[in-house]
Design a protein around this ligand. Structure first.
Ligand code: PEP
Ligand code: MG
Length: 911
């Protein structure tokens, strides 16, 4: 039913186009299903799309599926490749299959006495809810409507169906704006003195049909087609075209759907949920897609067609509480369907059904989209129910989606003023200022604001604004409304159908409980609160997430199967503790420069940079030493004996100096220097290409005293911890090295300093000396570097920068275009470029281990928390990945995915 949210992309051409492509003699383009037999099956999702493959499969079960056929996804690809022309012979194949549907149903297409009506629905390999077109009631015309009236013994129903076809066909296929039809409908309702569509009598509906035809002819330039095949052909084309519509393209972009040629078209005999009070239509999930609870989760509307549920005109009823009261038989049948579907597909199903005069029909089933919270719970419970095994459970949870569970929730002790409630459509806490259109949301987020998108109901065109918003609030619509489905898919918190929110989008205000809110007001919302999602005034404080319950279980299983270790990038004891809580097995990168920005420290740092000789620098460094030592003691203590990699100073020195005159004057005064001296030194440190300049180990080569201070702080801290009974494993890491000679030079200072501390303290600690691999030369000569280094850590941020020659700081101005134009598949700073940068990584690991077979290798660039990159790291044999604390669980799960995908991993012995 979500499919029917679709609205037009481009109108179909009015003249039938010339056929294109291969003839249907050589390629089978149409697959029939019906009466317990099917030419397709569940394994044919590439060719038949998800919906088509499952319709075939449900027919085979057998579940009650109205007969029909699927036109292949390749046909859509051929159609669009040929400049939007239908392949030769396609319509003959379609006619032959319509004949089979006629036989299966005993009805005839376009017949005056016993007309067959069909629906044409899109269905790609990956579900794209609401992004493409659907046309229902195809086959109705002036004659068939009479037949339908007699057949159903319900003239009202027949004309209602007819007016729906003209509207949908005009709007979706021919691009006539929906509001032209709405306008006429309202006029008739006014004239008849009724409020609801359902209150219109037969004469009223006949008048609506006449008016709709006039609207159609006026805007299309020709009368509404009476020939059912003409209707069907145009509808098929419209579905194919909608694959290339802006919305569908954007959806594929956002969801990283690539390499798919097109959508299938499912043409299926219509069944009617609007045949009277013994008919209904609905959507259901076999478990709650928000929480994962194992309950029948669905909504239905009596005497309605699918689009009524999503259009928000009538509020659907909850199956669990209401259906039994309406029809015990249907309710029992549906509960049975739930269990049949789960046993067959071994996953949560999202299905659509229609009950026509008491008889249940299944219109679709697919794996249900769910929140991360639900995915985790469902996976764990399905293992307990013996539906799936642990490995399958692990693979069922998308690593990146865990992000949703790791985000803060509202502080339970915070003062919250609930101003409205609605359906808890997508869990999570969101705080932002109000925007009333998706476009406004996009603009304001780009300008740095946090936004809550407040809409009556969202529509597919809103997808961009929904994507960037912190949270979504709608005033109408149910749990299967567009806003709810899309928000859950995106992991964006959403409260839907909050009726108390009266929106005046034109004036950019909304009224809630008599109070008016505008674009500058803050709202907070909790989309996971049960039984109702809540909306609060202002900015409610949030608290951090913890791992527990099903989440902890899935992580435990992940740890059992992964072989790659996961460390964290952390610069403070607090971050280290958070990361340990998330399961970090060490620190892969402490960026020491971050420790120098505290007011007192930055002063000493500046004093060091401005000193004119070694002695002056040493004096300033001596003041920094106790701070550094304290930092390291804190981190070692927090990590309780796990390895901690500390990187020595990396950024160019000018980053620590003030650039404005006022600050420079103040600094000069506090150091007893002249303003000119400070200004000159700043100018002197200016570099044309600082990223390729005096930074990384080049600083320590020119000023070894900096390295000496840092090494001393590390070793003194380690000794102090050891004396206090805390186990420590420091790993001293050199940034940006490109030659073995650099490493040799710096190792000598490192060893001498460490030995001096051991002698002074009469205590020894084990430590390691290693290097980052960040410049291509280091990767190329890794065998030489490994003679000196005891470990490698791939700094893939810099390695990507230097391999591509893309400045990390400037690539934002062109990389999005590269991705959009498919010159690059994805941004290489976010996901490791396995074909180039990755080759260097793989090569360096091999070369390094050819020198030192036990060389420890890890990655600490941003890629360490990107699931795709983690998989690559597993494949090239890294020992660990290191990422920010909140990505640690994501990396643990991604590492398990990689291990399971590689060889169906047995539980790892390493753990
Ligand atoms: C890297 O370059 O990948 C890295 C981790 O170092 P930084 O981001 O600090 O340059
Ligand atoms: Mg770097």
């Amino acid at each position: 039913m979500a499919m029917t949210i679709a609205r037009k992309p481009k109108p179909a051409s009015k003249k039938p186009a010339k056929p294109a492509g291969k003839s249907s003699k050589s390629v089978k383009r149409v697959y029939f299903f019906g009466n317990g037999k099917a030419e397709g099956n569940a394994g044919m999702k590439d060719l038949l799309g998800g919906k088509g493959a499952n319709l075939a499969d449900m027919t085979l079960v057998p579940l009650p599926v109205p007969p029909g056929f699927t036109i292949t996804t390749d046909t859509c690809g051929d159609y669009n490749d040929a400049g939007q022309r239908l392949p030769k012979g396609l319509m003959e194949e379609v006619r032959a299959n319509i004949a089979k549907v006629e036989k299966a149903t005993g009805k005839r297409f376009g017949d005056a006495a016993n007309p067959l009506l069909v629906a044409a629905r899109s269905g790609a390999k990956f579900s794209m809810p609401g992004m493409m077109d659907t046309v229902l009631n195809i086959g109705l015309n002036d004659k068939a409507v009479e037949g339908l009236a007699k057949l159903s013994n319900n003239e009202r129903f027949a004309y209602d169906s007819y007016r729906r076809l003209i509207n949908m066909f005009g709007d979706t296929v021919m691009g006539v704006d929906h509001h032209h039809f709405e306008h006429e409908l309202s006029a008739v309702k006014r004239a008849k003195g009724v409020e609801l569509d359902t209150q219109l009598d037969v004469d009223g509906l006949k008048e609506v049909v006449d008016r709709y035809k006039a609207v159609y002819e006026k805007h299309v330039g020709s009368p509404f087609p009476n020939d059912p095949y003409e209707q069907l052909e145009a509808a098929i084309e419209a579905v194919f075209k909608s694959w290339m519509g802006d919305r569908a393209i954007k959806y594929r972009e956002l969801n990283d759907i690539r390499g798919v040629r097109g959508t299938a078209v499912n043409v299926q005999a219509m069944v009617f949920g609007n045949m009277g009070d013994d008919s209904a239509t609905g959507v259901a999930f076999t478990r709650d897609p928000s929480t994962g609870e194992n309950v029948f989760y669905g909504e239905f509307l009596v005497n309605a067609q699918g689009e009524d549920v999503v259009a928000g005109i009538r509020t659907p009823l909850e199956c669990k509480t209401e259906m039994g009261k309406w029809s015990q038989r249907s309710w029992k049948e549906l509960q049975n369907v739930k269990s049949v579907l789960e046993k067959r597909y071994k996953d949560v199903q999202d299905f659509e059904f229609t009950i026509e005069k008491g008889k249940l029909y299944m219109l679709q089933t697919r794996n249900g989209k769910r929140t991360a919270q639900a995915a985790v719970r469902i996976a764990v419970e399905m293992v307990k129910e013996r539906l799936i095994d642990e490995k399958t459970a692990i693979l069922r949870v998308e690593p990146a989606s865990l992000d949703q569970l790791l985000h803060p929730t509202f502080d339970p002790s915070a003062d919250k003023q609930v101003i409205a409630t609605g359906l808890p459509a997508s869990p999570g806490a969101a705080v932002g200022k109000i925007a009333f259109t998706a476009e406004e949301a996009e603009q304001r987020v780009a300008a740095g604001e946090k936004i809550i998108l407040v809409r009556r109901e969202t529509e597919p065109a809103d997808i961009g604004g929904m994507h960037v918003s912190e949270g979504i609030l709608t005033s109408t619509g149910g749990m299967t409304s567009h806003a709810a489905v899309v928000a859950r898919g995106m992991g964006t918190p959403c409260v839907a159908g909050a009726g108390a929110v009266e929106i005046d989008a034109a004036n950019k205000t909304c009224r809630i409980n008599g109070k008016t809110y505008g674009p500058n007001d803050w709202l907070s919302l909790d989309g996971g609160k049960t039984p109702a999602g809540e909306v609060y005034e202002g900015q409610v404080p949030t608290v951090e997430a913890t791992l527990s319950g099903a989440f902890a279980q899935i992580m435990k299983w992940a740890d059992k199967y992964r072989t790659l270790k996961v460390r964290t990038n952390a610069d403070t004891p607090h971050d280290s503790e958070v990361a340990r809580g998330f399961g970090a097995e060490g620190i892969g990168l402490t960026r020491t420069e971050h420790m120098f920005f505290d007011p007192q420290r930055i002063h000493n740092m500046r004093e060091m940079i401005l000193a004119t000789d070694t002695a002056g620098r040493e004096r300033a460094l001596a003041k920094l030493l106790p701070y550094q030592k304290e930092d390291f003691v804190g981190i070692f203590t927090a990590m309780k004996g796990l390895p901690v990699t500390i990187r020595l100073l990396d950024p160019p020195l000018h980053e620590f100096l003030p650039h404005g005159e006022k600050d420079q004057r103040a600094l000069a005064e506090s150091l007893g220097m002249s303003f000119e001296q400070v200004k000159n030194r700043v100018q002197q440190l200016h570099e044309a290409n600082p990223m390729l300049g005096h930074r990384g180990d080049r600083l320590a080569i020119t000023y070894p005293e900096i390295l000496i201070m840092q090494v001393r702080a590390i070793i003194e801290a380690a000794v102090e911890c050891k004396k206090a009974g805390i186990k420590v494993l420091p790993e001293i890491m050199i940034p940006l090295a490109g030659t073995k000679q650099e490493l040799d030079f710096l190792k000598k200072h490192t060893v001498e300093t460490a030995n001096a501390v051991f002698k002074e303290t009469k205590t020894r600690v084990d430590y390691m000396y290693g290097t980052m691999i960040e410049v291509p030369r280091a990767a190329i000569t890794a065998d030489e570097l490994a003679e000196t280094a005891e470990f490698f850590s791939f700094g893939t941020n810099d390695l990507t920068q230097m391999t591509f020659g893309y400045s990390r700081d400037d690539a934002g101005s062109f990389l999005p275009e590269y991705v959009k134009k498919e010159i690059l598949e994805r941004d290489p700073f976010q996901s490791l470029d396995t074909g180039g940068v990755g080759k260097l990584v793989g090569m360096a690991v091999k070369l390094g281990r050819s020198t030192k077979s036990n060389l420890k290798c890890g990655i600490c660039g941003e890629h360490g928390g990107d699931p795709r990159s983690v998989e690559f790291c597993h494949q090239v044999g890294l020992d660990y990945v290191s990422c920010s604390p909140f990505r640690v669980p994501i990396a643990r799960l991604a590492a398990a995915h990689a291990a399971i995908k590689q060889n169906g991993a047995k539980p790892s012995k390493k753990k």
